[in-house]
Design a protein around this ligand. Structure first.
Ligand SMILES: Nc1ncnc2c1ncn2[C@@H]1O[C@H](COP(=O)(O)OP(=O)(O)O)[C@@H](O)[C@H]1O
Ligand SMILES: [Mg+2]
Length: 226
């Protein structure tokens, strides 16, 4: 297996007023292509911050981030958004669907930034992903007409539509009951089997069984479990 993500001595600070404080402390980490990684740790330990840095949503101040062998430590905002659009899908705890767009339009949205795709190409991709999460019959409905579990499946379809190698999920089961959580985990597991690398934050110790690697964060310091 080859490394998709390597961090060397990564430090990230937050600035609050005039003060600056260290939130990720000298992280070293390798994630191979095809892994299913769980990031665990108490609230405030830096899990979301780490995910945002890895997913090119946020920058950091010190250390190196090597992505697919390329040093991406010093990207500007435009370059970060290019990397994000090409390589990353993101799933959130609260689904983050747009309530005024129907299911089809929500999934199509990430494709609208690529001006080269024809409407018929977009339609094929959107329907393909809706089939994959078992919601093809819901395409004309609106997010609030669906259950939480169904909304999260739509969010997963949206995260897949650009065909990213990596899926990041920040507590994707945090707003769901245990039965619905298991459905979502099975979809993620299936995607992982199909070759997607998955990096997920959770509080739920019961979900460790899905992981190939478990990372613990404590006050911004990382340790490896598996
Ligand atoms: N935008 C921000 N500005 C300043 N401090 C922040 C910001 N986001 C998070 N923090 C702080 O950084 C620490 C880590 O937060 P976070 O990564 O959200 O933790 P977790 O996801 O593990 O709960 C916390 O102390 C939090 O209050
Ligand atoms: Mg968080």
């Amino acid at each position: 297996m080859s490394a998709i993500i390597q961090l060397e001595n990564l430090h990230k600070y937050y600035r609050v007023g005039k003060e600056r404080y260290l939130v990720l402390k000298s992280l070293n980490l390798t994630i191979d292509s095809g892994e299913f990684v769980m990031i665990m740790g108490k609230s405030g330990s830096g899990k979301t911050t780490l995910l945002n840095v890895l997913a090119f949503l946020d920058k950091f101040e010190r250390g190196e981030y090597i992505f697919n062998g390329e040093n991406v430590s010093n990207l500007n905002e435009n370059q970060r958004s290019d990397f994000r659009n090409k390589n990353i899908g993101f799933v959130f705890q609260q689904f983050n669907l747009i309530e005024t767009l129907n299911i089809y339009q929500n999934i199509e949205l990430p494709l609208m930034y690529d001006g080269s795709l024809k409407k018929s190409d977009r339609e094929k991709l959107v329907k393909d992903k809706l089939e994959a999460v078992g919601l093809i019959d819901k395409l004309k409905q609106f997010p609030l007409q669906l259950s939480g579990g169904q909304q999260q499946r739509v969010a997963i379809a949206r995260s897949l539509v650009n065909n990213p190698q990596l899926i990041f999920a920040d507590e994707p089961t945090g707003a769901l009951d245990s039965e619905t959580s298991a459905e979502i985990m099975n979809i993620l597991k299936e995607l992982n089997k199909q070759g997607k690398t998955i990096i997920m934050v959770t509080h739920d110790e019961d979900l460790i069984k899905y992981a190939t690697k478990v990372i613990k964060l404590k006050d911004g310091v990382l340790s490896l479990e598996v």
